[in-house]
Design a protein around this ligand. Structure first.
Ligand code: MLT
Length: 263
């Protein structure tokens, strides 16, 4: 459970603004290591900003219908509030879908892009039906217990992951609000293909993927890297879907390398 005073946006460092968008159904706290390390030893290489997205962590869900466009517009409103015209955006999995929706709706505000363990293609019919099943079930039960079991069984983390990290991920999933889980599932199910938008971008990009990611596999990462005009692909060995948590050092190094390419 989040306390009423928990921040909805975490921030650290000064320098190039970098907004990190968390995965489903985790809160912004998943970026703890990147918040600390991406700004670099003197803390002035990047201003890292990690918001809880609509309904997750301490952020209210509100009453808008499910749509990743709404999540992307939330982000534009956040940049306005922070007085930022442009920022580098980084998203892992669902965070990547939101970053691609932002690229479609607000391309002029994008200074660079990190797409981690995510995909630009749409869901299959079976995946869409499964999302609706999960959405209906968590709402009916008023609990995300089913999601915890199913997500962990999907090999979110590579085999042999430190049990402490596995527990931390379970605990983060357990904090998710069933209404936010249903909202996000329905929003993700409706997302369009983003390969054309990626091809139209002319900003530096980093595509990062865990070698053992079975949720959004290497083939999807390759497709995004090929569509983008200026992308570097980092494949992190022996790591699953939550690469930022499983291999924080390598992930952070890839993000810092991208920041050096951003003008
Ligand atoms: C995520 O980690 O954000 C999810 O796996 C995204 C999805 O369900 O497609």
């Amino acid at each position: 459970m989040t306390s009423p005073s928990a921040p909805t946006v975490r921030e650290n460092g000064t320098g190039t603004p970098l907004v990190l968008l968390h995965a489903f159904p985790l809160p912004a706290r998943m970026w703890e290591v990147q918040l600390e390390r991406v700004p670099g030893p003197a803390g002035d290489d990047a201003r890292v900003i990690a918001p809880d997205q609509r309904g997750f962590g301490a952020a209210p869900l509100g009453d808008r219908p499910p749509s990743l466009d709404t999540a992307a517009d939330d982000l534009a409103a956040l940049l306005d509030r922070l007085g930022l015209e442009r920022a580098v955006l980084g998203g892992l999995s669902m965070g990547g879908y939101v970053a691609m929706a932002f690229a479609r709706r607000h391309p002029e505000r994008l200074a660079g892009l990190v797409l981690a363990d995510t995909k630009a293609t749409t869901d299959t019919d079976a995946a869409r039906a499964n999302r609706e099943r999960v959405a209906a079930a968590v709402l009916e039960r008023g609990s995300v217990d089913l999601l915890i079991e199913e997500r962990m069984a999907e090999n979110l983390l590579a085999p042999g992951t430190d049990p402490e990290l596995t527990d931390a991920v379970r605990n983060m999933i357990a904090e998710a609000d069933p209404a936010a889980v249903a909202w996000a599932q329905r929003a993700m199910a409706a997302r369009p293909d983003s390969l054309d938008e990626l091809a139209a971008l002319d900003v530096p990009a980093a595509v990062i993927v865990g070698e053992l990611d079975t949720v959004t596999p290497l083939s999807e990462a390759r497709m995004m890297a090929e569509a983008l005009s200026d992308a570097e692909l980092t494949v992190i060995p022996a790591v699953g879907h939550l690469s930022a948590l499983e291999a924080p050092e390598t992930f952070t190094a890839a993000v810092r390398a991208l920041l050096k390419r951003v003008k």
